[in-house]
Design a protein around this ligand. Structure first.
Ligand code: M6R
Length: 348
């Protein structure tokens, strides 16, 4: 049941640090899989839909930067067009909360014919867990809200464990242990987001921008907002804005800028200034003490400055989930049951 919360979605957002702790406990099992595949693969392909696709995009950045193995990400519904390029040195990783998404299962059957397959799944005993060669079970517990929240961060943890173990990055493995505390810190400040969400009550459009590791965060933030608040939201690579969509930016359009500390900070900052110069209403999601961000943004939500760009996907998504939740509630919608959507999509 909802355990005193108004909706499952907010309950599940609040359960994220526990979901992460429990998924981190899968480390030994992930290590067994890594030991088996290590040295036998020269290419990784992620396959997923929706939010699970965004987790996969983070996986590409991680595996390529930590391990150096060429990695691609395909939408499950587009997978079959690339199937001929697979071989037995390709590891195909399927990410699915439900383990029952029709497009994902179809692609899994195709990949099984030529390649090694790994499924990262939350629902125990689901079809994907029975069909893949290897399985990593995320430990988010049942997720009832249609919007994926705690299962998303748990998928990310599984991907971080897999990539860090494959790349033998012991420092990153250690840093992951601190993520539940960072999330708790964000949740303690949830009223700040509730306040900001009032601004979005009558908006029709919004942009979310990020670069590098913060680009998939922007995509996921935009998906959450459109899914449960019915605001048209675009997630964009910050550097791509000036190649077209900047034409849509004018006075008062909300732009959420995801700007953690790290190598891309300066570049994201200049993208922020580009939209600001056109009158956008900027919400900066960045680090405590980022004075440039504070002075250039209309609103900010500030996160512990130890969370750099590499681990930002696990933490910076939380204020964006809260934003979409509160905007949905303020627009008098039901965030748990958005129209036209099902928790599990069982048709291709
Ligand atoms: O169960 P899956 O992870 O395979 O589901 C994939 C998508 O249908 C799912 O992530 C969808 O985008 C969510 N409703 C997003 O919140």
């Amino acid at each position: 049941e909802k355990g005193g919360y108004d909706h499952f979605m907010i309950k599940e957002i609040n359960e994220q640090s526990t979901a992460i702790k429990n998924t981190l406990n899968e480390k030994d099992k992930v290590k067994e899989i890594v030991d088996e595949v290590k040295g036998t693969i020269n290419r990784v392909v992620f396959v997923a839909c929706g939010t699970s696709y965004h987790a996969s995009l983070t996986g590409k950045y991680l595996i390529e930067s930590l391990v150096g193995i060429p990695t691609e990400v395909l939408l499950a519904s587009e997978f079959k067009y690339s199937a001929k390029a697979l071989n037995d040195k390709t590891l195909v990783i399927f990410i699915s909360q439900s383990g029952e998404t029709a497009d994902t299962l179809k692609a899994l059957d195709v990949a099984n014919e030529t390649s090694k397959t790994l499924a990262i799944v939350n629902v125990r005993g689901s079809s994907a867990t029975r069909r893949a060669d290897y399985v990593i079970q995320t430990q988010a517990g049942p997720e009832i809200g249609v919007a994926a929240t705690k299962t998303y961060v748990s998928q990310l943890v599984a991907i971080y464990l897999f990539s860090a173990l494959l790349g033998e990055d012991h420092e990153l493995l250690k840093r992951l242990e601190k993520v539940p505390d960072y999330i708790e810190e964000v949740l303690q400040k949830r009223d700040e987001i509730k306040e900001i969400s009032k601004k979005y009550k009558r908006d029709k459009d919004a942009f979310f921008i990020g670069r590098g590791f913060s680009y998939p965060i922007a995509l996921e933030g935009a998906l959450k907002l459109k899914e449960i608040s019915y605001i048209h939201a675009e997630g964009y690579a910050a550097g791509e804005l000036k190649h077209g969509p900047i034409a849509l930016i004018d006075r008062n359009i909300p732009v959420v800028v995801v700007i953690p500390p790290g190598q891309d900070h300066k570049k994201i900052m200049s993208n922020l200034q580009e939209v600001k110069a056109r009158g956008a209403d900027v919400l900066g999601i960045g680090a405590v003490g980022d004075e440039d961000l504070i002075s250039e943004s209309d609103d900010t939500f500030l996160i512990n400055c130890d969370v750099d760009d590499i681990i930002a996907p696990l933490v910076y998504i939380v204020p964006l989930q809260l934003l979409s939740y509160h905007v949905s509630v303020i627009r008098e919608l039901d965030p748990d049951k958005p129209k036209n959507l099902a928790k599990c999509v069982t048709v291709e």
